[in-house]
Design a protein around this ligand. Structure first.
Ligand SMILES: *Cc1c(COP(=O)(O)O)cnc(C)c1O
Length: 365
């Protein structure tokens, strides 16, 4: 028997979350963002559930090829555009839409020989200061693209730095609106946080929204709001079993570094999950887990292959009992990945993307 750890991808939840984002941004078309191998879920695994989207957005050309290989004939957008001139050949061959964020990319396109006119998304740096043209340089870039025979259609795009937080997006929306005022073309501005929190404003919604994390059942603005608030469902469960049980006496310690000392007698279960499975090593005593679907907590340090959990709330648990590290338990109880991420000083994004290769994955249809 293999080690009893298993990740489950829930297609019903992916469908539900995608529909939720659609409701939040009515009339907008939806890019399902599937970069980073669908946020660690696996592009091939999520495809069936996400093909209800209007397009797929991603970064890696090999991921674009995989989406085409699955039979997708609709739009695919390269969110960072091409990295070298050769990449444009693949764009022509596979009909990929691509972001243009710098002059070097326009130079490459101008030199590209193709019969296949390209659809490009011209990116504005409206304040994030990652990729894109400043508002002052945006129109000149647009005009240059517009004059190229290789370009069929130009769409306008920007990305928010604070859609999930108190600073908000008004300053970026204003910069984008001002600099694009009389430019034709479809608009795309919103990630998950903007689509859920700010898309009552049609200028924010635009023509295309680009949700990633919300589709994967993590609240983009946790802990201000959780998935229950946004009516999102976990799309990935990481579950394992108890391998061993220890009865601690007062004064006994647990694990490396003895970071936990029992003050009273306590029964602990040792489970088959550790940081080599992608569980965050920085989670410490108190991090929530579900034992037989009942909420309990981690005890002591996370080691490479094992973690101890408190069995006090579940006296019936023992060897072989189910332990849910995040996601949905057998009894239907939910432990949002966001709670675990927060306890480990990180984000749901990182945990789902970091699910380790050695963890077997199954798909629940
Ligand atoms: C990753 C990404 C998104 C999706 O962001 P989420 O916060 O996961 O919704 C949208 N747009 C761009 C440009 C991205 O890189």
């Amino acid at each position: 028997m293999p080690r009893p750890i298993l990740a489950t991808i829930h297609l019903d939840a992916l469908r539900h979350n995608l529909a939720r984002v659609r409701t939040a941004a009515p009339d907008a078309k939806v890019w399902a963002v599937v970069k980073a191998n669908a946020y660690g879920h696996g592009i091939e695994r999520v495809y069936e559930a996400l093909r209800a989207a209007d397009g797929f957005a991603l970064l890696d050309l090999d991921e674009a090829e995989r989406v085409r290989a699955l039979g997708w004939r609709g739009p695919i957008l390269l969110l960072e555009g091409v990295f070298e001139a050769r990449d444009l050949e693949l764009c022509s061959r596979l009909g990929l839409w691509h972001t243009i964020h710098c002059d070097e990319q326009i130079d490459m396109l101008a030199a590209h020989k193709t019969q296949q006119p390209h659809r490009v998304f011209l990116k504005m740096n409206s304040g994030m200061n990652r990729l894109g043209y400043s508002p002052e340089r945006y129109r000149a870039a647009w005009a240059r693209l517009n004059a190229l025979p290789q370009v069929e259609e130009i769409s306008l795009m920007t990305h928010f730095s604070d859609a999930d937080g108190p600073r908000g997006i008004a300053h970026q929306v204003a910069a984008f609106r001002e600099a694009t005022r009389d430019l034709p073309g479809e608009r795309s501005l919103s990630n998950s946080a903007a689509a859920l929190r700010h898309s009552a404003d049609p200028d924010v919604r635009g023509d295309w929204v680009r949700p990633g994390i919300a589709v994967y059942g993590s609240a983009p603005d946790y802990p201000e709001n959780d998935i229950a608030h946004w009516d999102l469902r976990p799309t990935m469960t990481l579950a394992t079993r108890i391998l061993g049980v220890q009865d601690l006496k007062p004064g006994d310690t647990v694990g490396y570094g003895s970071s936990f000392t029992a003050e009273a007698p306590v029964r602990i279960g040792v489970v088959a999950c550790g940081y080599a499975d992608g569980y965050p090593r920085h989670c410490s005593t108190g991090t929530p887990v579900l034992v037989n679907g009942v909420r309990s907590r981690l005890i002591g340090r996370v080691s490479m292959d094992m973690i101890a959990v408190d069995l006090t709330p579940v006296p019936s648990a023992g060897f072989g009992s189910e332990v849910t590290m995040w996601g949905r338990a057998g009894n239907g109880a939910v432990l949002p990945i966001d709670e675990v991420a927060r306890a480990g000083g990180t984000l749901g994004y990182e945990l789902m993307c970091a699910l380790a290769q050695r963890v077997p994955v199954t798909v629940e249809t």
